[in-house]
Design a protein around this ligand. Structure first.
Ligand SMILES: Cc1ncc(COP(=O)(O)O)c(C=O)c1O
Length: 375
């Protein structure tokens, strides 16, 4: 029977406690939200929603075409200029998602005959970029510059090193300075995904590459999503102008994809301008993360010390992680739940987002609920 194998896979997933289901969120959810990626609490900020509405009224509901045909508006170029200036890079290119931006960066910068060195903890979109690229990939141990050095030494010619700046599962940071040093020893380019760093790390939220003194370097490219701290949708690649020009000409997810929706561009631009005006938001997200971690640890829970705004709490098994998250929800708290295959190390976790707009009382309540519902 056509698709018969799907039922076998569904059965295996059920037996392993790994079934995923969709849960539509009402507009007026009463839950305390520690599950979203809205790190700075900007998704509903009036200036951000107005930025989206104004852009839709001016430019339409969609961008109407590929960026190379009709999908580049003046709004797109304004957003690119301001993102590049804020993050400290020469140029920027926006995409319809962070996923598309990562596919673009890795495939266009990892051509046939090149080596791509990829951290074992990288996000799925970087992994898929490696799979699609014509170059060969070597996966190296997590946050391990020595392994990166060894991998680069095996190859003559073009190479890039690809890493998240802040890893989405445990919220730990990559050793960016050491990775850049390893790259420079071998003349390799460094491509980092700052999805969880932009808006949280660096002076006023300028991101992890800025914080590490790597923004604007000729051998460093950063990607990011507009869907987390900036409360919108879309992705961006930041780097030297010649790299950005190369992506315009060679990146398939740029060329063959409809440009970012004007509403998303307008919302991201409004959020960026807010962040420039109110740089304290970034530091506040880090403070909330530190407070969450401290309180969870005091409550006897096994939480990973956060480097940015992701706080990860260990769960004993996938089934218990799912039940724990469900019990939190019943008690009025939304938390994320990571389990295999999203986590290659097989460890299931609750994943908490330290939003800058959480109050002390909300942090206290969240930790109480997580403690009271622990398996
Ligand atoms: C590290 C990382 N990179 C890339 C993405 C993909 O970005 P987007 O959701 O904009 O496609 C995500 C998650 O959304 C992420 O966590």
């Amino acid at each position: 029977m056509a698709f018969g194998w799907i039922d076998e896979q569904a059965g295996a997933r059920r037996r392993a406690g790994l079934v995923r289901t969709l849960r539509p969120r009402p507009a007026d959810s009463p839950l305390l939200d520690l599950a979203s990626n809205d790190y700075l609490g900007l998704a509903h900020h009036p200036e951000v929603t107005e930025g989206a509405a104004r852009a839709a009224r001016t430019w339409g509901g969609g961008s109407t075409g590929s960026r190379l045909v009709t999908g580049t508006t003046e709004l797109h170029t304004e957003l690119e200029r301001e993102l590049a200036a804020f993050c400290g890079f020469e140029a920027a290119l926006v995409f319809s998602s962070g996923y598309a931006a990562n596919l673009a960066a890795v495939t266009a910068l990892g051509p046939h005959g090149s080596l791509i060195v990829s951290d074992a903890g990288n996000h799925a979109s970087l992994i898929d970029g490696c799979r699609l690229a014509r170059g060969g990939t070597q996966v190296v141990g997590h946050a391990d510059p020595e392994s990166v050095r060894k991998a680069l030494a095996t190859h003559e010619g073009t190479a890039i090193v690809v890493s998240d700046t802040v890893f989405s599962v445990d919220g730990d940071q990559a050793p960016l300075a050491a990775l850049a040093e390893a790259c420079r020893e071998h003349g390799a380019g460094l491509v980092v995904d700052d999805a969880h760093g932009l808006g949280v790390l660096g002076d006023g939220g300028r991101g992890a590459p800025y914080a590490a003194g790597l923004a604007g370097a000729g051998d460093v490219v950063a990607t990011a999503t507009l869907s987390k701290s900036l409360g919108s949708q879309g992705g961006v690649v930041l780097g030297p102008a010649r790299v950005i020009d190369h992506l315009v000409n060679a990146a398939r997810t740029f060329i063959f994809d409809t440009g970012l929706a004007p509403a998303a561009a307008g919302a991201a631009l409004a959020a960026l301008r807010l962040l420039v005006r109110e740089p304290r938001r970034a530091a506040r997200a880090r403070e909330v993360a530190a407070e969450l971690h401290a309180r969870l640890t005091t409550a006897g829970l096994e939480a990973v010390r956060p480097d940015a705004a992701v706080v990860s709490v260990r769960a004993p098994s996938p089934e218990q992680a799912v039940r724990w998250a469900a019990d939190c929800r019943t008690a009025g708290l939304a938390v994320g739940c990571f389990r295999p295959p999203s986590v290659p190390d097989g460890i299931s976790r609750l994943r908490l987002t330290a939003r800058a707009d959480l109050s002390g009382t909300e942090i206290e309540r969240a930790v109480r609920v997580i403690g009271e519902t622990r398996p």
